[in-house]
Design a protein. Structure first.
Length: 195
């Protein structure tokens, strides 16, 4: 529903700005021919109703009302106010619009059901961890060579939590964590330390 109403609003703004642009041109033409003119209040009202871009472009292209202070300063001010309002309306956070339960459910992190991340002490080395991997029949998914850690796939006959409890007891292991799933669209939020 929001997408439909925003597309109508965009169409409204486009039509109004094109119309305002040509109304300013028409008023300039009438001024040159010394005919009955469009009231200044009507020209400003078109800008206030959302046609401020068309009004500003009409002033520049048709060289119309550029010396009148109401237009010279008023139309750019109206445009600036409308841009700020549009920015403020479009920046409202979706989380603010959610109910409390939706916010709580959106903050629950997802993680792999079969992979855990194990960090070990560099001085002790990874041999005790490799021995435990072989003993518990787990497999190495990824060995982080730049940092002392590994992504380990749990054995088929154990739960992830049972596997994590076993690896926490291995000599030299500093942390055992879930392998969290992160998406580029996820908001960045600090992760709470769980020990």
């Amino acid at each position: 529903m929001e997408i439909i109403s925003s597309s109508y609003f965009i169409v409204y703004l486009i039509i109004l700005n094109v119309m305002t642009f040509f109304v300013y041109g028409l008023d300039k033409l009438k001024a040159k021919r010394r005919k009955w003119r469009i009231r200044e209040a009507s020209l400003l009202l078109l800008a206030v109703l959302g046609g401020s871009i068309g009004a500003w472009l009409g002033m520049k292209v048709w060289h119309h009302k550029t010396q009148h202070k109401k237009f010279k300063y008023g139309v750019p001010l109206i445009l600036l106010v409308q841009i700020v309002l549009l920015f403020l309306c479009s920046c409202s956070s979706k989380q603010q619009l959610m109910s409390g339960t939706e916010v709580l459910s959106s903050t629950v992190a997802e993680y792999s059901p079969t992979v855990l991340i194990v960090m070990y002490d560099k001085e002790i080395g990874k041999q005790p961890l490799l021995d435990a991997i072989k003993k518990y029949k787990a497999t190495i998914k990824y060995d982080y060579h730049q940092i002392p850690g590994m992504a380990i796939q749990k054995p088929d006959d154990m739960t992830l939590e049972e596997t994590m409890a076993l690896f926490k007891k291995v000599k030299g292991v500093q942390t055992v964590e879930y392998d969290y799933v992160h998406r580029l669209t996820d908001p960045v939020r600090p992760r709470l330390e769980t020990r």
